[in-house]
Design a protein around this ligand. Structure first.
Ligand SMILES: Cc1cc2nc3c(=O)[nH]c(=O)nc-3n(C[C@H](O)[C@H](O)[C@H](O)COP(=O)(O)O)c2cc1C
Ligand code: SF4
Length: 446
């Protein structure tokens, strides 16, 4: 069996019976939840620590470290699973919810024992109607069998899981906005710190984890944290679900080793670029993440590898002006949500950039000025450039608006609009300038 054939979460994707409890148990399901109920919380946390599991929701934050922030003397701790998945280009969590819902429920039981949680929630994106139905049916089955509710598996542990359906706001995927929405308020992000692990839902310590993050836990308990770490590389354990869309022959959701490079992903996994064309750019982790140019694709699509690039500490966004993201954050890019968008050489990069900033302008919650005003301006100027109305100075103006947003907002949506814009401008600047130079000219004019 090759490394590409190892699967943790996706083995039964596409098998209709796999959604049901009977099939899941026949394949060994709920064995580890049962085991967890007899374990000390610290022992479970130690396995997660040894596994090098990192959050699959976007930032790749080490899961065990996040869990360790919960105050030891907390009387109430909540677990909230983030199933909002609204990042354009990302569609892997919905596959787990639809094809393998019991693995998520089992992972939630394991996490709840480790964190001493009595009440857990799943915040699911409102538009995912069929996924919601499948998930709720799985939860109902688990209740009927005594795997949820009072004294589960006949143990001393009790756990209730409530599914809450969002109403289609992208910002409600941001963890603090999600918690506000779950409390019945407006989905507005809150300043951090305090982080939710210390002060979250209804002011109580709350762990917010992504669907895929939690779905990995049964495997970790079955095989041990070290085996999970060994499947990965460096500081990142396990495999990763990636959703690939755009100009490839075989778009879809794939569970892959973290060492797979962008080029391997396109050529070996996705059957190459459609029509044998050339690749022009690849967004590696949802549209919040800066694009990679064709000569940057021989890097593993792994958290640290994509982020770290000693060559790029600062980036020249316009002649003579450097943009410095500070610390170890570079303009290279990030593995983000695992949503890979592949663009071939027919793509008008200026239009792609406009489409992305337009999305963020629509989805800004409007709470802080640099994001509310800045994303709107980004969208307007990017539209001018992309659709042949660009004015002299617009390329620099776009960079300067993005520069003004980055790092100056309450939540990361502002950065999510600014960073990709700056990356597009840095890597495809000639294309933006040519668009402005040729603005207002009739098509085909010399
Ligand atoms: C604007 C914005 C949208 C986000 N949307 C999602 C989302 O849809 N799903 C998700 O899991 N995380 C999303 N996140 C990240 C969450 O805030 C949070 O970091 C994540 O759910 C933590 O889970 P993890 O540690 O398991 O990755 C978003 C963040 C931002 C700033
Ligand atoms: S950065 Fe944007 S989305 Fe986030 S809080 Fe500020 S206005 Fe709202």
């Amino acid at each position: 069996m090759g490394l590409f054939d190892v699967k943790i979460i996706s083995e039964h994707f596409g098998v209709p019976e796999a959604k049901g409890l009977e099939y899941y148990e026949r394949k060994g399901g709920y064995r580890n939840a049962r085991k967890a109920c007899g374990m000390a919380p610290e022992s479970i946390a130690a396995e997660v620590q040894a596994s090098n599991l990192r959050g699959r929701g976007g930032a790749g934050f080490p899961t065990a470290m996040k869990w360790s922030f919960v105050p030891k003397d907390a009387d109430t701790v909540y677990l909230v699973v983030n199933a909002d998945e609204s990042e354009p280009g990302t569609f892997k969590d919905r596959h787990i919810l639809f094809w393998n819902p019991h693995m998520l429920v089992e992972g939630m039981i394991i996490a709840s024992v480790a964190l001493k949680v009595r009440n857990a929630y799943i915040y699911i994106r409102g538009e995912m109607a069929r996924e919601y139905q499948v998930l709720q049916a799985a939860i109902d089955e688990a209740y009927a069998k005594g795997y949820l509710g009072e004294r589960i598996f006949g143990s001393g542990t009790s756990l209730d899981i409530t599914v809450y359906r969002g109403l289609g706001a992208y910002i409600c995927g941001e963890e603090t906005a999600l918690l506000s929405s779950l409390e019945g308020g407006r989905g507005w992000p809150r300043l951090k710190p305090p982080f939710p692990a210390v002060k979250g839902l209804w002011g109580k310590p709350t762990i917010v984890n992504n669907v895929e993050t939690i779905a990995n836990l049964p495997w970790i308990l079955e095989h041990g944290g070290k085996a999970f770490a060994d499947l990965g590389t460096g500081r990142s354990g396990g495999l990763r679900l990636v959703s690939v869309c755009g100009h490839v022959n075989k778009p879809g959701v794939y569970e892959l080793p973290l060492t797979v490079t962008g080029r391997q992903l396109i050529d070996e996994v996705c059957g190459g670029i459609k029509g044998g064309r050339k690749v022009k750019g690849v967004i590696p982790g949802g549209v919040s993440m800066p694009v990679l140019a064709p000569d940057e694709l021989d890097v593993p699509f792994e958290f640290d590898a994509l982020q770290k690039d000693e060559r790029i500490r600062e980036v020249e966004v316009r002649p003579g002006q450097k943009f410095d993201l500070g610390g170890n954050r570079t303009l290279r890019t990030m593995a983000g949500s695992g949503g890979v968008v592949v663009m071939d050489d027919t793509t008008d990069i200026t239009q792609a950039a406009w489409r992305i900033v337009h999305f963020f302008a629509e989805e800004s919650c409007g709470q802080c000025t640099p994001c509310r005003e800045g994303t709107g301006w980004l969208a307007q100027v990017a539209h001018r450039i992309a659709f042949d109305h660009g004015r002299a100075g617009d390329v620099d103006l776009l960079a300067s608006i993005a520069d003004g947003i980055a790092g100056n907002t309450i939540c990361a949506l502002g950065d999510a609009a600014a960073w990709p814009t700056l990356a597009f401008l840095t890597k495809y600047r000639d294309e933006f300038e040519a668009k402005v130079r040729n603005a207002h000219r009739p098509k085909g004019a010399a």
